[in-house]
Each structure stands twice: as structure tokens, then as C-alpha cells.
Design a protein around this ligand. Structure first.
Ligand code: HEM
Ligand SMILES: *[C@@H]1O[C@H](CO)[C@@H](O)[C@H](O)[C@H]1NC(C)=O
Ligand SMILES: *[C@@H]1O[C@H](CO)[C@@H](O)[C@H](O)[C@H]1NC(C)=O
Ligand SMILES: *[C@@H]1O[C@H](CO)[C@@H](O)[C@H](O)[C@H]1NC(C)=O
Length: 347
């Protein structure tokens, strides 16, 4: 042996703070979404275990429709259509069997709370039980739901029939949305706090005469005292070491177990079960060929919550199949950019 070289690899984790309170100055809704590209149809909502309450703010003085669709199309959709006429708000619970005026539902489960219009907009607030007993209604759950929207410039003369709400023309569309998400998306945070931090292996003595090495080290996460979500991570591999870094996993350590914290300069050790036992929740993973990992909208890996010990184990898998061809030592001690992007929260 005698010759070793040092692999160094960092993983940058960017966490977007998630506020569990309500942003100051906003309405009492904690979720909102713009459904169309022009920004004319916006919905705001909140929910509890039983009900969801929406407010549709739509740039029209005619009728407004909001629907829950099984597949993105009108047929099979559970639809509410409402409007404000002579200062009085109307809302009807309907269902669509075809691409035609949705029929009035026998069981009226969409419930009007209030409504008004001004020169440009119609604003309707209404609610519904998440689960109703009506087969015509769609269950509202944590799944991604296809939300239909449509509007018309005119109010209907009547509730239904030929003088009821008529064809929307191009003013219609669908958007996939997670309605029951407790993860408040960044758009719901007036200003979110963006953190990025690096987890960096240093001076790992990767044996040149062994083709696979699993290397582990416990790291302390930044002291985050409230719940955040990791929404993005990417590897930073020391230039020159790309051929050796094969994959890595980061496990979150359990609060109920003790972990061994190494002093700063300690490179860590070959992975052994007794070190990693308390750390079993996979927080992040990366492998050769994978670039930046972004979690889907509304999803993030929680850290800083009650379960979090504040410690993680990074497990590196180094590959050295060329063995003897690694003839020189690569020592990288350069400090990597540790850009901490912090934006203030309005609490
Ligand atoms: C009020 C009477 C309505 C009539 C007569 C009607 C009629 C139609 C027709 C003929 C189409 C196919 C042509 C096209 O794509 O434009 C269509 C599509 C569509 N409609 Fe309606 N509609 C009505 C209400 C609604 C409402 C209230 C919504 C939403 C809540 C809606 C959402 C959609 C969507 C998203 C599409 C495109 C997807 C699909 O083809 O199924 N419609 N509608
Ligand atoms: C009309 O209501 C909409 C939606 O609440 C609002 O954005 C807009 O500023 C209002 N317009 C006027 C002139 O008050
Ligand atoms: C936080 O960072 C993400 C990704 O870099 C960015 O898209 C978002 O706009 C940032 N949020 C704020 C409030 O700066
Ligand atoms: C983290 O911050 C909290 C509150 O500021 C403090 O009480 C705690 O001692 C800190 N923990 C560590 C490990 O620095």
C-alpha cells in the first residue's frame, strides 16, 4: 500500500423554510394558485380535516366555474358554477357527463359562503366537505387533483337550461394541484428563507488497491430550530475525482439514539453497522449520472422538526476499478463555496 489519495465530495442541500403560521397581511387562506397563464383565474383555499374552503377571484363579471376532474376533461367532473348578479351571489353544485352544460346536482354540496363583484372581478367564497355521500361528487384527498376552471363574460339569465351558463369558449383549462398539502409552497410565503449548506467529506483515504470503499461520517446540520424542507440538492465533486465517486447516501439520525461526533479534522471511517444504526432515514441520495436533484412541487424532506436529531451520516461509495492507474495522490483541501442565501421571513 503506501499510496492513498484523498477523495472529497460535498453535497449541497438547499432548504426552503416552510412557515407553519400565516403570512402577515395575506388573507386567511394559506394556499393559493393561479390556474390560467394570464393570471385571470386565481384560487385561494384552506382546509381542515373535514372541509375545504375556496375563494375564486376571477377577472370576469360573468359566471365562474371550478371543477374536480378524474382525468382533466369535463366528463365525470364535479363542478361548482357561480356568479354575482345585482349584488347577489349564486353558486350551484353540478356535475358534467359530457362537454356540455354541467347538470345541477340533486345533492348541493358546494356551499356558498359569500360573494361580490367589482368592475373587473368576481369573487366567490365557498366550501365543501372533503368527502360527501354523493356519488356525483369527487373525494378531495392528498392526491394530485385535476382542477378545471372556466369562465364567461356574461352572467346566465337563469340557473340552468338554454338561458343558464353557456359555453366558455377558450376561457377554460385544467391545472394539476395538490389541494390538501400541509407543505406550504414557496409562493405562499411572502418571502421565504433560503438556506444552502454543504456537507463535505475531507481527506478521505481511498485505498488505491481496493475497488470499492464505503466511507461514513456523521455531520451536524446547521442549527435549524423550526421545520424546513429540503427541496434541492446537488453533489460537488472535487475536480479530478469524478471517476472515483460512485454514489452517496445521506441518512438522518434518530433523536433517540446517541451518535458519535468526530472532531472537525477527522475524515471519518469505513462504514460499519454500529456507527450507522441510529441513522436510517434516507434524506438524500445521489449516484453517478444524476445531476441536481429537485423534489417535485409541494414535496420536500422535512428537517428541523421534532424528530430531527440535527445529525446525519453521509455514506460515500468510492469506486476505484482502475486500481493501479491511480498513481498520484489527489489532495483537496480547498474550501468550497458555502453560500448561505438567507432571506427574511415575515413572521
Ligand atoms: C356551462 C356550460 C358548458 C358548456 C356548454 C361546455 C362545453 C364544452 C365543450 C363543447 C368543450 C369542448 C370544446 C373545447 O375544448 O372548448 C368543453 C371543454 C372543456 N370544458 Fe366545458 N362547458 C361548459 C362548462 C364548463 C365548466 C363550468 C368548466 C370548468 C369548471 C369547463 C371546463 C372545460 C374544460 C377544462 C374543457 C377542455 C377539456 C375537455 O375537452 O373536456 N366547462 N366544454
Ligand atoms: C376587484 O377585485 C379584485 C379581486 O379581489 C381586486 O384584485 C381588484 O383590485 C378589485 N378592483 C377594484 C377596482 O377594486
Ligand atoms: C429560493 O431559491 C429558489 C431556488 O434557487 C428560487 O427559485 C426562489 O425564488 C428563492 N426564493 C426566494 C424568496 O428568494
Ligand atoms: C441551536 O439553537 C438553539 C436556539 O438558538 C440553542 O438553544 C441551541 O443550543 C443550539 N444548538 C446547537 C447545537 O448549537
Amino acid at each position: 500500500m503506501g499510496k492513498v489519495w484523498c477523495g472529497s465530495c460535498t453535497l449541497t442541500l438547499a432548504a426552503i423554510v416552510v412557515l407553519l403560521g400565516k403570512p402577515v397581511g395575506a388573507s386567511d387562506f394559506d394556499h393559493h394558485e393561479t390556474l390560467d397563464v394570464e393570471g385571470k383565474f386565481r384560487i385561494f383555499w384552506k382546509f381542515d380535516d373535514e372541509k375545504i374552503e375556496f375563494e375564486a377571484r376571477v377577472q370576469t363579471t360573468g359566471w365562474v366555474g371550478l371543477g374536480l376532474s378524474p382525468n382533466g376533461g369535463m366528463p365525470g367532473s364535479d363542478i361548482a358554477i357561480g356568479w354575482v348578479k345585482d349584488g347577489i351571489a349564486h353558486l350551484t353544485d353540478r356535475y358534467a357527463e359530457a362537454k356540455a352544460q354541467p347538470r345541477m346536482d340533486e345533492s348541493q354540496d358546494w356551499e356558498l359562503v359569500s360573494g361580490y363583484e367589482n368592475e373587473t372581478h368576481t369573487v366567490l367564497r365557498f366550501n365543501r366537505k372533503l368527502t360527501t355521500c354523493d356519488v356525483r361528487d369527487r373525494v378531495i384527498n392528498e392526491d394530485t387533483i385535476r382542477v378545471l376552471w372556466a369562465w364567461h363574460d356574461d352572467d346566465p339569465e337563469d340557473e340552468s337550461g338554454v338561458s343558464g351558463p353557456t359555453y366558455h369558449g377558450a376561457n377554460r383549462g385544467v391545472k394539476s394541484t395538490v389541494l390538501l398539502s400541509n407543505i406550504i409552497t414557496p409562493t405562499n410565503i411572502q418571502e421565504s428563507l433560503n438556506y444552502t449548506f454543504d456537507i463535505l467529506m475531507k481527506n478521505v483515504p481511498v485505498p488505491y488497491d481496493k475497488d470499492t470503499t464505503y466511507w461514513c461520517r456523521v455531520f451536524q446540520l446547521p442549527n435549524i430550530t423550526s421545520k424546513h424542507h429540503i427541496v434541492k440538492y446537488e453533489p460537488i465533486i472535487t475536480p479530478g475525482n469524478e471517476g472515483v465517486v460512485h454514489h452517496l447516501l445521506i441518512y438522518r439520525c434518530d433523536k433517540r439514539h446517541q451518535v458519535t461526533i468526530l472532531p472537525d479534522g477527522d475524515p471519518g471511517h469505513a462504514c460499519e453497522p454500529q456507527f450507522s444504526r441510529p441513522c436510517f432515514n434516507i434524506l438524500a441520495g445521489w449516484g453517478v449520472g444524476v445531476g441536481t436533484v429537485l423534489t417535485p412541487d409541494h414535496v420536500g424532506y422535512p428537517i428541523g422538526d421534532d424528530e430531527d436529531s440535527g445529525y446525519v451520516i453521509m455514506e460515500m461509495h468510492y469506486d476505484n476499478p482502475q486500481l493501479a492507474s491511480v498513481s498520484h495522490a489527489v489532495i483537496d483541501q480547498s474550501s468550497l463555496p458555502n453560500d448561505l442565501e438567507v432571506k427574511r421571513l415575515c413572521l
